[in-house]
Design a protein around this ligand. Sequence first.
Ligand SMILES: NC(=O)c1ccc[n+]([C@@H]2O[C@H](COP(=O)([O-])OP(=O)(O)OC[C@H]3O[C@@H](n4cnc5c(N)ncnc54)[C@H](O)[C@@H]3O)[C@@H](O)[C@H]2O)c1
Length: 409
Amino acid sequence: MNSSILSYERNVGVWVIGALGDITTTLICGKLAIQHQLASSTGMISETHPFNELDLIPLSSIVFGGIDIKHSCLSEQAEHLYRDSRTISRETLDTIGDDLDQINDQISIVPELACKENSSVKRSLSSLTTKIRTLIRTFADSNNLNHVIVINLSSAEPKVNLSQAHDSIERFAALIENNETDLITPSILYAYAAFMENCSFIEFTPNTSVELPALQDLAKKRKLLYAGSDGKTGETLLKTALAPMFANRNLKVLSWEGTNMLGNNDGKTLDIPANKQKKLENKGNVLHDILGYEPHSGVSINYVPSLGDWKTAWDLIHFEGFLNVKMSMQFTWQGCDSILAAPLILDMIRFNDFAWRNKEFGVMHQLSSFFKNPISTRVMAFEAQFELLRSYAEKHLASKQSKNNIANT
Ligand SMILES: NC(=O)c1ccc[n+]([C@@H]2O[C@H](COP(=O)([O-])OP(=O)(O)OC[C@H]3O[C@@H](n4cnc5c(N)ncnc54)[C@H](O)[C@@H]3O)[C@@H](O)[C@H]2O)c1
């Protein structure tokens, strides 16, 4: 794959890990529904000013493929969303059936890639790496793609114990060679394989991958783009939008307690204590950086099957004002998890492709507002994070304008 093509008169490949999950199914159905003019692009910020003045790739140029570990297919998953969440209409499903089947042909089912807690198969990390690389390369070659973005939308995994071996690419490669399955999770392996195939990588799950120094070094050496981690779509989005208000009014937050209830597959996976550890840390870590101190804070995630994809978050903020008078604020957030997440992925695909065409590489700081735990920044306040994206876009638009001015003189 090379990066010599400058215009978007070509396709960009998106290879999704967790290709049959709720978010991926919503994302693919949503993209097709917009193309068939059955839905609007509400929720996608790349469609708003000033981002819509950038030369972003049209949705019709995005080619999907990917991998999952469960035996199912996209149309079955879409029917399941229709039945359980009613987020995709019958009309949309009937219109996009053939498109879904075509995309499904680009999805491989590889159960051996399940994380070791869910698999009894003895695995060789080297052969799994080769397998992933071959699948990505076949996807790129068979669709004539110059650029593939690998996006992790798979299930939450138990937290990895990090070691010095995760800090250098040579020692990291030895972990794979020596089959250290306790230290290399599927998400880490996917990111490594993606970079070895010169792909961009976006980590939307709470799983450890591109935050590892070894993988970041590999991306820099190969001049590749990456972003992560853990999409910010609900309670943490509200937290990082509201907390600056308390800071900017010198209202002292004494306690911030949050309870999250969700009933989809993600909720079921997160019901296992080891799987939710990273997510709880990501949700809990944002307040200190915004407020400058650590209020008493508790976050819990409970699995409530009957809620399906409709997540409910209850938050209590207990705070102190003038004359030490104590007050409180409470909110209830009821959002549909996949509906909140899917447009962010479409935005990030377009921003990633734009950066790639502009020969940028390394961590995409401009995407910080999309994540609970943005890599390499402690900017946690939502508005400040969003400003990174706005100023990035404005810088590019100014440079385009000055090039046009020179060309016209
Ligand atoms: N929905 C949100 O708002 C939100 C926000 C932040 C992060 N996330 C994260 O996004 C991820 C996806 O969420 P979802 O609701 O689509 O979950 P989901 O459970 O519906 O989908 C996950 C998919 O990944 C597959 N999978 C599991 N392990 C795999 C592996 N090793 N390789 C390939 N495929 C694998 C599963 O079979 C499933 O199809 C989760 O990790 C979730 O925590 C979601």
